[in-house]
Structure formats: C-alpha cells, structure tokens
Design a protein around this ligand. Structure first.
Ligand code: SF4
Ligand code: SF4
Length: 185
C-alpha cells in the first residue's frame, strides 16, 4: 500500500521538535546501524532520500547555510573568487580560514552568500560540498554515518527525515530485507 507524500512546511520547527523528542534515540539507532545485518540498505536509503526531498523544500529551510560552513577545496576558492571579481588571496583573507585539521571553512555563519529569500547568491559556482549536501544521495549509506549523517541529523531536516523513516521501517516494523517499496509504506 502506498501513502501520499505529506509536505513538511516548517522544516526547522520539525527539526527542533523531533530532535528534542527523539534525537538521542536516532543517534543510537545510527550507531547500531553500522553493524546491523539488513539487506537492501542502500536501495531503501536512495528511495527515502527522494521522498525526503519531495517533502522538504530547501528554500523553506537553508539551515545548513545558516548554521554550518561548507568545506572548500582550492578549486572552489579559485572558481568563486573569480566569479565575484576577487583574487584567490583577497577572497580567502576576507571570508575564509583554515581550521585545525587544515580544512578551508567560512569565517562566519550564516554564509556570506545566503540571501534573505534563502537562495544562494553564487548558486551556479557554489562549493562542491554545498551542491552535494546533505550527502544522503551517496551510495553506501553506512559509510557516511559516522562522519556525516550522525552530525547532520542535528542540522538538516532532510537527513533527519531519512533517519526517522529508516528507524520506523527497520526497528518499529522489524524489516530486514529492505526494498524501495518500504519507503512508500
Ligand atoms: S540540505 Fe538540509 S539543512 Fe540544507 S536547506 Fe536542505 S533541508 Fe535544510
Ligand atoms: S555558498 Fe551558497 S549554498 Fe553554500 S553555504 Fe553559502 S549560501 Fe549556502
């Protein structure tokens, strides 16, 4: 049986209230998922990713641009600085810094390119990390749990929704052979 996709109109409100009530449970679930024996994990994750993007419009949210920094590559910095008419060094000094691990990050949040309507002022040339965010579309969901998804359930309603649905299907319904259909049930 398939269900109609219900839009989440206020993603940040959803993020905060769900994390307040169930955040710890979902973090524990993600930790356990690394070793849990289930089949079809990536098929389910890909379908839940599509569903979450239908439910949540990033323009109603922009929480990543408001509260996190993308990690820039040097190629990103080169492309963006050229786009805004600055040299690499001018751009770096004004907006970026290297953190303790050597990653290139924004000096401030919200991002300097976030507009009032939640759109990105440099959308066509934005950092690769931004265009790929929240990385839930990547193959091998488990591989990105520790470094990415476990952190992002606190910041990204799309990631949280995927994990919430996974928990429902795998824990509450007890499914171990996962298929794309499970994402719709
Ligand atoms: S990727 Fe996640 S945090 Fe960023 S705007 Fe979309 S839902 Fe919000
Ligand atoms: S560059 Fe654009 S997409 Fe990336 S954080 Fe800034 S506003 Fe958001």
């Amino acid at each position: 049986m398939s269900t109609k996709t219900v839009k989440i109109k206020e993603p940040i409100k959803y993020l905060r209230s769900t994390n307040r009530k169930k955040g710890k449970k979902y973090t524990t679930f993600l930790r356990g998922l690394m070793i849990r024996k289930v089949r079809g994990m990536d098929t389910l994750a890909a379908e839940l990713n599509k569903e979450a993007f239908k439910k949540i419009d990033c323009l109603d949210c922009a929480n990543c641009c408001k509260t996190m920094s993308p990690t820039y590559t040097k190629v990103d910095v080169k492309r963006i600085s050229k786009h805004v008419g600055m040299t690499y060094n001018e751009y770096f000094d004004k907006y970026l810094y290297k953190d303790e691990t050597g990653d290139i990050m924004n000096k401030k949040t919200p991002c300097q390119f976030l507009k009032k309507d939640n759109k990105c002022a440099i959308y066509p040339v934005r950092p690769k990390d931004c265009s790929g965010f929240p990385h839930t579309q990547l193959k091998d969901f488990k591989l990105f749990i520790t470094g990415t998804h476990k952190q992002n359930i606190e910041y990204c309603p799309i990631t949280l929704n995927i994990v919430e649905r996974m928990h429902e299907i795998i824990i509450e319904k007890g499914k171990t052979n996962l298929t794309a259909k499970d994402a719709k049930s």
